[in-house]
Design a protein around this ligand. Structure first.
Ligand SMILES: Cc1cc2nc3c(=O)[nH]c(=O)nc-3n(C[C@H](O)[C@H](O)[C@H](O)COP(=O)(O)O)c2cc1C
Length: 189
């Protein structure tokens, strides 16, 4: 079997530890390439049941401030350290792409398939970022599951967060982690 660059990338890609991101992030042109690839996924019914919100530059701190405000409202006891952490959440990498699922009931296309398509967007981002030489990590954390946080980030009530994909220069490459042995996850009918 010939070992192409693509196979090598897919066989070795790992996420980057969230504390291991540094500048530089993708250029504007590279970001367009990343998003073009993110949108190039199987999509039953061509519904494009997803969209992307970019957090870069000052926008990361603005989004963090929006989250901090939600935290303060929900938890008035939150200490200054916790609030500062929230404000800095999206500055942990040069670029954060919020992959938003717009999956909704449809006469023909199951909502589940629309959700799956958005997961493919996030995975494509991870792969494309690696192909461009950047590290990337797919996180959800609390904001994805808190409706007030979603609203603060600009999502409509019926939209969900598939993931926050953090992208930037990786300071370290993680050792591989154990993968499930094929005999545990594969059967033949
Ligand atoms: C939908 C989704 C959400 C995730 N959310 C988190 C999270 O909030 N916090 C976390 O530490 N890891 C989270 N992870 C796991 C990280 O992406 C993890 O670092 C990754 O699975 C490592 O595997 P890899 O190196 O093979 O890419 C999430 C993974 C997925 C698929």
């Amino acid at each position: 079997m010939p070992m192409t660059d693509t196979l090598d990338l897919l066989l070795t890609r790992r996420s980057t530890r969230i504390l291991d991101f540094a500048e530089p992030g993708p250029t504007a042109q590279e970001t367009d390439t990343l998003l073009t690839i993110a949108a190039r996924v199987p999509d039953h019914g061509k519904l494009a049941p997803w969209r992307f919100i970019l957090l870069e530059g000052e926008g990361r701190a603005r989004a963090g401030a929006a989250l901090a405000a939600v935290l303060k409202e929900m938890n008035p006891e939150a200490d200054t350290r916790r609030i500062a952490d929230e404000q800095a959440r999206f500055t942990r990498a040069p670029l954060v792409v919020i992959v938003v699922s717009r999956a909704a009931p449809h006469v023909k296309i199951p909502e589940w398939e629309q959700v799956l398509s958005s997961a493919a967007c996030a995975q494509n981002l991870l792969i494309a970022a690696a192909a461009l030489g950047y590290g990337a990590t797919w996180l959800t954390e609390w904001a994805a599951y808190e409706p007030k946080a979603r609203a603060a980030l600009g999502l409509a009530e019926d939209e969900r967060i598939t993931g926050f994909v953090y992208i930037g220069t990786a300071l370290h490459k993680l050792e591989d982690r154990p993968r499930p042995p094929l005999e545990q996850i594969v059967t033949r009918f």
